[in-house]
Design a protein around this ligand. Structure first.
Ligand code: PAF
Length: 278
C-alpha cells in the first residue's frame, strides 16, 4: 500500500493505480482510529471491483469548540497496517495545512438536513463534514465513496452535496458493524470506561424495543417517549431519539416505508450514535 501525504504524490499514485483512469477507484474517507466497520467498507469496495484508497484526516472543522478534536485517537501507523491488510492500495494522509491552506475561504453548507438532529446539537458540524468530503473527493477523484450507515444523517448530507454539486461519484453505504453485545462500532467507543461500556448496548436495545412497539401499532410519540425514558434510566443523557423519514430526515408521527429511528445519547463525556430502519 502506498502512503501519500501531499497532493502531487496523490495525483501520481492515483494515475498509476488506476492505469491512467482505466481502473475504477473507490475512496473510504476516515478520521483514523479504524475499526472493523471501516475495514468492512474497504473490503466491500474491493469486492465491488474497485482499487481502494482510504483517507485518514482528523478534520478540525467538524469539531465544535468544546468537543474532542485534540483528544481524538490518532494512530496512523496502526491504521495504515490495518488498511494494507484489508486490501487498500492507497492511504491519503494530508496535513491540516494541505486541506485548509492559508487563504482558504470556501465551505459547503447544506440547508435543512444539516441543522436538524445531530446538526442541532453540534452547530457547524455538517458544514465541516461537507466541506472536507468535497475537498477529499476533489483531491482523490474516486468513482465511488463509501460511508458507514451508523452516521445516517452524514450520509444524507453527503448524498445531497453530491447531487446538488453534480459530483461524478457514487455514494455507497455499508451496514453498521456491531460488537457481540450489539453496540455499534465507533472510534469513540474506546473513550468508555468499563461501567459505561457495560451500559452502552442499551442504546441499540432501546432502538429495537421502540421499533417493535411501532410495528405493533403503538403511537410513535408514546414509543419514543418510553425509549427516551429507558435510556435516561439506564444512565444516558439523551440528545435525541426520533422517528424520521430516511431521506429527508423530517420527523414522522407514524412509521412508513422509509422510516428510520435515529438516536444520539451520552454516557459521561462519550456520545454514542445509532440508527435502525423501521
Ligand atoms: O465519518 C467520518 O469519519 C468523518 O465525518 C468523515 C466522513 C471522514 C469526514 O471527516
Amino acid at each position: 500500500m502506498q502512503i501519500v501525504r501531499n497532493v502531487p504524490d496523490l495525483r501520481a499514485a492515483r494515475a498509476a493505480l488506476t492505469d491512467g483512469g482505466r481502473a475504477r477507484l473507490a475512496l473510504v474517507p476516515t478520521m483514523g482510529a479504524l475499526h472493523e466497520g471501516h475495514l468492512s467498507l474497504v473490503r466491500a469496495a474491493r469486492e465491488a471491483g474497485h482499487v481502494v484508497a482510504a483517507s485518514i484526516f482528523v478534520n478540525p472543522t467538524q469539531f465544535g469548540p468544546n468537543e474532542d478534536f485534540t483528544r481524538y485517537p490518532r494512530d496512523p501507523e496502526r491504521d495504515c497496517a490495518l488498511l494494507a491488510e484489508a486490501g487498500c492500495a492507497l492511504a491519503w494522509l494530508p496535513e491540516v495545512s494541505t486541506m485548509y491552506p492559508p487563504g482558504d475561504a470556501t465551505s459547503v453548507e447544506v440547508a435543512g438536513l444539516s441543522v436538524v438532529l445531530e446538526g442541532a446539537v453540534r452547530p457547524g458540524h455538517y458544514r465541516g463534514v461537507a466541506t472536507v468530503v468535497v475537498k477529499l473527493l476533489g483531491q482523490v477523484r474516486p468513482d465511488a465513496a463509501y460511508f458507514g450507515e451508523k452516521d445516517w444523517q452524514q450520509v444524507q448530507v453527503i448524498r445531497r452535496v453530491a447531487a446538488d454539486l453534480f459530483l461524478p461519484v457514487e455514494i455507497v453505504v455499508g451496514p453498521t458493524l456491531r460488537e457481540k453485545d450489539g453496540l455499534a462500532m465507533s472510534s469513540r467507543n474506546r473513550y468508555l470506561d468499563p461501567a459505561d461500556r457495560a451500559r452502552a448496548p442499551l442504546l441499540h436495545q432501546v432502538l429495537h424495543r421502540v421499533r417493535a412497539a411501532l410495528r405493533d401499532g403503538e403511537p410513535a410519540a408514546a414509543a419514543l417517549a418510553a425509549g427516551r425514558r429507558a435510556l435516561a434510566e439506564g444512565g444516558f443523557i439523551v440528545d435525541y431519539l426520533e422517528l424520521v423519514d430516511a431521506g429527508t430526515l423530517a420527523p414522522l408521527t407514524a412509521p412508513d416505508d422509509g422510516a428510520r429511528l435515529l438516536a444520539a445519547a451520552r454516557l459521561g463525556t462519550t456520545r454514542l450514535l445509532d440508527t435502525v430502519a423501521v
